[in-house]
Design a protein around this ligand. Sequence first.
Ligand SMILES: Cc1cc2nc3c(=O)[nH]c(=O)nc-3n(C[C@H](O)[C@H](O)[C@H](O)COP(=O)(O)OP(=O)(O)OC[C@H]3O[C@@H](n4cnc5c(N)ncnc54)[C@H](O)[C@@H]3O)c2cc1C
Length: 502
Amino acid sequence: MKADIVVIGAGIVGSTIAREISRYDLKIIAVEKNSDVAFGSPTKANTGIIHAGYDDKPGTVKAQLCSKGNVLWHKIAPEVGAPFKETGSLVVALKEEDMSLLKELKERGEKNSVPDLEIIEDRKELLRREPNLNKEAIAALHAPTAAITSPYELAIAMAENAMKNEVKILLDTQVTGIMVKTGEIRSVQTSKGRIKTNYVVNAAGLRADEVSAMAGINRFTIHPRKGEYYVFEKELNGFVRQILFPVPASISKGIVVTPTVDGNILFGPNAHDVEDKNDSATTSKGLDEVFSGALRLVPKLAEKKNMIIANFCGLRPEPDTNDFILESYDEVRGFINAAGMKSPGLTAAPAVAQTVTDLLMKSGLELREKGSFSALRKPIDRSVRRFDIERANWLIARDPAWGHVVCRCEHVTEGEILEAIRRGATTLDGIKFRTRAGMGRCQGGFCIPHQIKILARELGIPFQEVTKQGGNSRLLPYEAKELLLRAELDDSEEAEKGYPRS
Ligand SMILES: Cc1cc2nc3c(=O)[nH]c(=O)nc-3n(C[C@H](O)[C@H](O)[C@H](O)COP(=O)(O)OP(=O)(O)OC[C@H]3O[C@@H](n4cnc5c(N)ncnc54)[C@H](O)[C@@H]3O)c2cc1C
């Protein structure tokens, strides 16, 4: 294969870069080791906040690109039909000592060009805006441009739009080497063959240090930092209206309580460094920490603990430089790092993509805009679950699958699932991230068998080959007959040992 550019990684950063450079007349291949886009830990498991941009120290790359990214997402998210809601945020001071930090954040924000920041020092006003906020709150920094999104849906939308603009995405394909000769990129070796190219963009998230080393750039390391979460069911929709932050902790923005674009309430994350880049397990100790952190902002959540429906954990790709690494290199021409994309990497992604485009140009790549570029993408139709009766009836008349509700908690129809498969979902998580099937109160207890049936039928594979997220994450390891046979074998072995028959 041949490409003008290879983008390594199809998380939010790689997908957004691929979509940005698809404006130009270039052959672009994105290579992703997972079975789908947005399956990497930080992109699929984060808070989904499009930050206003007051957290990061002015002068850092993060600070420059966060506020710029916020402005860009306000335009791009509607273009690509991704969920996006400008809720605003409050950083809440609970004691007098917090006030100096609140003022510092406001000053930082102003230096970072964040508009309309305001410190509200009237408790009555705070409680009018957030009736369930801790009554001891004394002040809060209000940032009206902070917004929420669904991070995986946003990444999928960017990848779909990139594909519409002729980007090829190779899934289940791992980059294993990068060939550099006389200071120039020559090719990328993958688990499925070699791609000849002179330009490579490294957006490999947690593995970006390893990929950079493949090109001979060994200047930084990335370690995983865990963040755990709880999710409340939608019945609490409206309990919290905007993103609530505590004053920031030393290594993170602290445990946040936020509404989600789908009407749930999410709280977390904590922040703990771990060794293993695959360790995304939640722990009871971590979740207890998250719960008590959330109660400091919204004490009334203590009465709602029985409304928690899920927990999860994401891994931040923390670089030892403590800033985004957005660089090209004289010694390896054509190699660009978009690495160290810790928080606010989701927010900054479109600004990162623009910077990468500039770096490609400075590295000698000729960029000619193509007339066929389309910035627009249609999302999967959600009229049925929104009870848009006229449109729902029209859809059902065309195909009765739109009238067959598969996920009862989220009201997801077979029509939506078929459309998700048509757009590239080949796994249960692929369907879940595109439609929300299995994300409700019962967490898929009812609909997963139905989804397995639909996937097996549409992909033409046996039930046993349907996976949760690709690889060997199969859900049905053997047929019932085989299971019984195995049980009988176990029994006969036990009988031989003289155990009573089970
Ligand atoms: C707990 C937590 C909370 C966060 N909250 C926010 C927030 O609210 N707002 C915000 O702005 N940011 C937030 N972030 C940060 C944000 O999630 C990340 O900055 C962003 O997701 C990074 O995306 P990425 O595309 O760089 O990485 P990834 O999502 O990791 O994507 C990289 C991709 O590269 C692929 N890859 C790796 N190696 C190879 C290889 N050799 N070959 C092929 N493919 C490869 C991986 O499979 C992966 O899919 C948070 C992060 C965490 C973990």
